[in-house]
Design a protein around this ligand. Structure first.
Ligand SMILES: Cc1cc2nc3c(=O)[nH]c(=O)nc-3n(C[C@H](O)[C@H](O)[C@H](O)COP(=O)(O)OP(=O)(O)OC[C@H]3O[C@@H](n4cnc5c(N)ncnc54)[C@H](O)[C@@H]3O)c2cc1C
Length: 414
């Protein structure tokens, strides 16, 4: 059964038809500049500008933020974002640049901020005009997220923030940051508070952003240093000391388990003429058929065929597992399928890229800039990036702990 065959209500069916019609006429086509494999690696302002234009047009067409109320810039619909996502994926539209904004900041602001702040921030977030980043991780606070040391001190109607964030994706383009920090040293969890912080306007005046280089040689994430950054109290989300509770809203949505459906962050990232998709196991078939091996192709090797088939089966299993989310008796715990999916797809991508290495053999050492690199050199990049995927949004080890303890009810690890 395809997504389009799903049981749409009459309103949903009408909305689906509108999306299909709009996408048929307004697909932006191939990007004029090279895009990285994912939005979190964006560094070229021209690539960002092209993707922002795409996000704005999809937003204006009503396909982003459809399920948010109109007062905060949304479409005022119910259960329509998932349909827009399916149709954008089907049409292979480009990915959206404001992934952190839409996936994490928007629902957190929606559920925890004052009405005037929602109305001020959400329209430009959903349209992609303002890029958002997430300031959670610190040198000593990753898996142990509550160990925040960045400190916000009250000063009348303002807060003064000092500290050091790390691995902050997209900070170099971000107008705003969602920030978890400490407001009391007396209590680990109840001493945390949550803010939205204007960072672009404060660069050189309380905010310093330093790029970090990834294993790929590219960048995309940063260190962000706060030195006496002044933030208005109205940009605090929820109560002082309620930061951990607010952060759980962010994390639930980051892991796909929150009540608001995130606009699709997937999509193509290819230049004109390129056809490989490193997120689809079927691309390995094309790769194997194109690689010569002892006067045959890699696809003639039964061991390679076997490995590709195993990965395609895992991919299909994952797709079917996602469909279980729409069947209420199978969604007894909201974290069960989202957490499984994060583990499944990050590990599947890693295994797919590793097999591509074997298929390419010595040619896998050729860089993306080398015209002889198989599949445009995309697979070695995907392999290197795949390690970040098993770390970002909480490492897979920690996700397994959460699955075991909170979903399966096993004894705590410590
Ligand atoms: C590509 C990428 C993008 C990112 N973007 C952002 C961003 O935009 N904003 C942001 O705030 N952060 C971001 N991060 C940071 C990410 O959230 C952290 O790297 C992650 O939470 C792990 O924290 P850590 O790096 O401090 O590792 P640590 O917490 O120091 O963990 C080190 C190792 O110990 C293991 N470990 C730790 N605790 C346990 C435990 N209880 N049980 C079993 N094993 C354990 C971990 O699995 C890991 O293997 C990003 C990371 C990556 C890779």
């Amino acid at each position: 059964m395809s997504d389009a065959d799903a049981k749409d209500s009459p309103e949903q069916a009408e909305f689906r038809a509108q999306c299909q019609d709009w996408l048929a006429k307004n697909h932006p086509g191939r990007p004029p500049v090279k895009l990285p494999q994912g939005a979190l690696e964006l560094y070229d302002p021209a690539a960002l500008a092209w993707l922002q234009k795409w996000q704005k047009s999809a937003y204006d067409a009503g396909m982003l933020g459809c399920d948010y109320p109109t007062e905060v810039g949304g479409g005022g619909k119910t259960d329509c974002q998932a349909i827009a996502n399916q149709e954008m994926q089907q049409a292979r539209t480009p990915y959206l640049p404001n992934v952190i904004g839409m996936g994490m900041a928007a629902p957190t602001i929606f559920f925890h901020s004052q009405d005037d702040v929602k109305a001020e921030l959400l329209p430009k977030l959903l349209s992609g005009e303002e890029i958002w980043c997430q300031g959670f991780s610190e040198p000593g606070a990753g898996s142990d997220l509550a160990n925040q040391q960045t400190f916000a001190e009250r000063d009348g109607d303002n807060w003064v923030i000092n500290g050091h964030k790390v691995w902050t994706s997209l900070a170099h383009f971000a107008t705003w940051m969602i920030l978890l920090c400490r407001t009391s040293k007396d209590d680990k969890y109840n001493g945390l508070s949550y803010f939205v912080v204007p960072i672009k306007s404060a660069i050189g005046n309380g905010v310093t952003i330093k790029p970090l280089i990834k294993i790929t040689g590219g960048t995309g994430f940063n260190e962000v240093l706060f030195e006496n950054l002044v933030v208005e109290d109205r940009y605090r989300l929820d109560d002082v000391g309620a930061g951990w509770k607010v952060a759980m809203t962010t994390l639930a949505h980051e892991r796909g388990a929150g009540p608001m459906v995130t606009p699709a962050s997937g999509g193509m990232s290819l230049e004109e003429g390129e056809t490989v998709s490193t997120s689809n196991a079927m691309s390995l078939v094309d790769l194997a058929q194109s690689q010569k091996r002892n006067n045959k192709t890699a696809a003639d090797d039964p061991m390679i065929r076997d490995e590709i088939v195993k990965l395609v089966i895992r991919q299909e299993g994952m797709r079917q597992t996602m469909r279980r989310m729409t069947v209420p008796p199978l969604t007894d715990h909201p974290m069960r399928i989202p957490l499984q999916s994060k583990l499944n797809y990050t590990e599947l991508f890693q295994d797919m890229a590793e097999l591509a290495y074997h298929i390419e053999g010595a040619a896998s050492s050729l860089n993306v800039t080398d015209e002889n690199a198989p599949a445009g050199g995309q697979w070695p990049f995907a392999f290197m990036n795949s390690f970040g995927m098993t770390i970002a949004a909480g490492t897979n080890e920690v996700q397994r702990n959460i699955l075991g303890e909170r979903v399966l009810g096993l004894a705590k690890s410590k």
